[in-house]
Design a protein around this ligand. Sequence first.
Ligand SMILES: Cc1cc2nc3c(=O)[nH]c(=O)nc-3n(C[C@H](O)[C@H](O)[C@H](O)COP(=O)(O)OP(=O)(O)OC[C@H]3O[C@@H](n4cnc5c(N)ncnc54)[C@H](O)[C@@H]3O)c2cc1C
Length: 324
Amino acid sequence: MSNILVYALHHEGAFNKNSLGAVAEASRLAGELGGEAHAVVVGAGIADDLAATLGSYGATKVYKADGPEGLSGPVIDVMGKLFDGGDYQYAVFGGGLLGFEIGAGLAARIDAGVTMEVTAVNVVDGQLAAERPILGDSSISTSRYKGKGIIIARLNAFEVKETGGSAASVEQVSYEASTQSQQANIVTRGEQRGADVDIEGASILVAGGRGLGKAEGFQLAEDLAKAFGGNAAVAATRAVVDAGWYPYAAQIGQTGKTVAPKLYLAAGISGAIQHKVGMQSSENIVAINKDANAPIFEFSDLGIVGDLNKILPKLTEAVKARKG
Ligand SMILES: Cc1cc2nc3c(=O)[nH]c(=O)nc-3n(C[C@H](O)[C@H](O)[C@H](O)COP(=O)(O)OP(=O)(O)OC[C@H]3O[C@@H](n4cnc5c(N)ncnc54)[C@H](O)[C@@H]3O)c2cc1C
């Protein structure tokens, strides 16, 4: 019962980074519990070689099941069946919407406790204890489980760590699709603008908020990032991604990504606590805001009070001139 089951999302020959973090964390925790981490992969025609690479992140066994990729129902069916076998007490997910859906569905299926938005997990008295920030990240709540426990991380909360483990053994698993899991189909998979940009790896981020006024306003941020060159990228607040001005992949904050670039330039961002938690570790924070009382100035290294529509183009020109 000290083994942990972990879900790994896969798309076009690669595992999702968030899932690799979950596999590494499950492996660390299972090791402390005296067990092993076993991964579950559901998709169409997944190669055994690819599944076995999860061994590098600490999974000793990978259960492979055929099914539509990206839907929660089939994964719940597979993981539910594995739990019924009695070898598992815990399941770990890397976060993201699919992780939340599967984790919640699986909790209902196997009658387990569930904790979402987890940022750290510890082994206490031979049991897992999951920590989750609450009250706008000002406090931590710790969950322990009377029986089975499902732990769903905050997006990218678990570090992707290669353990140097050997290839995992791969086992094909069959399952009976439940009625509810046959209700949904993936019709198309959308690509988001900027989804391929490595926000977490960027050394300069030009972040835009509602102060950019509209989706087209992001052109100002993109122009500046382009002028910086290198691996500079554009990031965004939740307010603007919710408004459809920029892709979710670029969202920084409590429900988005956590970043720590050399320079974080915040344009038209008020500095809400939920945004701050995702970028406060940046080496240098520069904020442009027309409101001198905006909270972002309280944690900026340099604050510029003024209209970003005038300042950003000038800054872009200055960076271009400096770079020659
Ligand atoms: C549970 C929960 C989770 C959340 N998670 C996140 C998260 O992950 N990330 C996140 O970002 N938010 C998150 N939020 C939302 C957060 O509380 C704020 O609403 C959001 O960050 C505000 O975004 P903003 O700064 O773009 O907009 P606003 O707060 O509206 O700020 C816009 C700023 O632009 C300035 N401005 C306007 N025009 C100009 C101009 N011409 N020139 C210069 N400045 C100008 C204004 O003075 C203002 O300060 C979350 C909220 C909740 C409740």
